[in-house]
Design a protein. Structure first.
Length: 267
């Protein structure tokens, strides 16, 4: 079966049929077990993830939910095992998007370390393509589940930013512009993304648009937060105004030199 949690919780049988549990508590429980698949999750942790304020009957209720989840996946022996002090989900015979994501992320890191930026970008794209929405999108009902999901969401944001940095170093600035416009609109306060958009526009011969982007960002930050853009973006604005030729050096992203492993990339 396929277990997917990088978005709404979805489970599909090998024959393509939907095996996603319908009750919310069962999907929440499944998300908690998948996040730590292969390791024991204590009953206390599961209770913390299922309720913000656990009822007195939480322990017995958890046992009922475990039983219902096992019944839902009947025929999959050994999927959920009882092990002190809780339970463990075994996905060794199944596919899980979190495990796939971890594999793609490590492959990207290895490729980048050996200076193969094209392969690193490819693996990061494979990683990002696994998401269909925010992690645990339909079950973030408790503080604990929200915190766990945010860890994966942060990995996603970092991978996305890293792939953009790599593509800028590979000279793919024109292809990045539409994506960066969309990301900037979705992330009004992530100044780094706006800076990458400015840089991609400038390198695409659209410096006037790059300066308009800076003006829009500054207006939003001042109006909504009472702050100015950070010094990197201010420096980038000045460099664009001066048509600074150093901005064409792909080894530089917002003023920071590329790691040594990436300096093999030339113009």
């Amino acid at each position: 079966m396929d277990f997917n949690v990088l978005g709404p919780i979805r489970v599909r049988h090998d024959d393509g049929s939907d095996r996603t549990p319908r009750p919310l508590k069962l999907r929440m429980l499944l998300a908690l077990l998948i996040d730590s698949a292969g390791t024991v999750v204590s009953s206390d942790q599961l209770i913390k993830g299922l309720w913000n304020e656990s009822p007195r009957t939480a322990g017995s209720a958890l046992q009922v939910y475990i039983s219902q989840l096992r019944k839902h996946f009947q025929g999959q022996s050994g999927l959920i095992e009882t092990r002190h002090p809780g339970y463990v989900l075994s996905l060794s015979d199944h596919r899980c998007d979190i495990s796939q994501a971890r594999t793609f992320r490590f492959r990207a890191m290895a490729a980048e370390a050996r200076g193969d930026l094209s392969e690193a970008s490819l693996h990061l794209d494979e990683y990002l393509d696994l998401w269909t929405g925010p992690t645990f999108a339909d079950v973030r009902q408790t503080t604990w589940l929200e915190q766990i999901a945010k860890v994966q969401d942060e990995h996603r944001a970092n991978a996305q930013q890293r792939r953009i940095e790599i593509d800028l170093r590979l000279g793919r600035h024109q292809a990045l512009v539409p994506e960066l416009y969309a990301l900037a609109a979705q992330n009004a306060n992530r100044q780094t993304l706006w800076g990458y958009l400015m840089l991609a526009l400038h390198r695409s011969g659209r410096s006037a648009e790059a300066l308009e982007v800076f003006t829009e960002l500054r207006s939003n930050l001042v109006a909504n937060h009472g702050i100015e853009p950070n010094r990197d973006l201010k420096a980038l604005q000045r460099q664009i105004l001066e048509d600074d030729s150093s901005l064409d050096d792909r080894r530089l992203i917002l003023g920071f030199p590329a790691p040594i492993a990436e300096r093999r990339v030339t113009d």
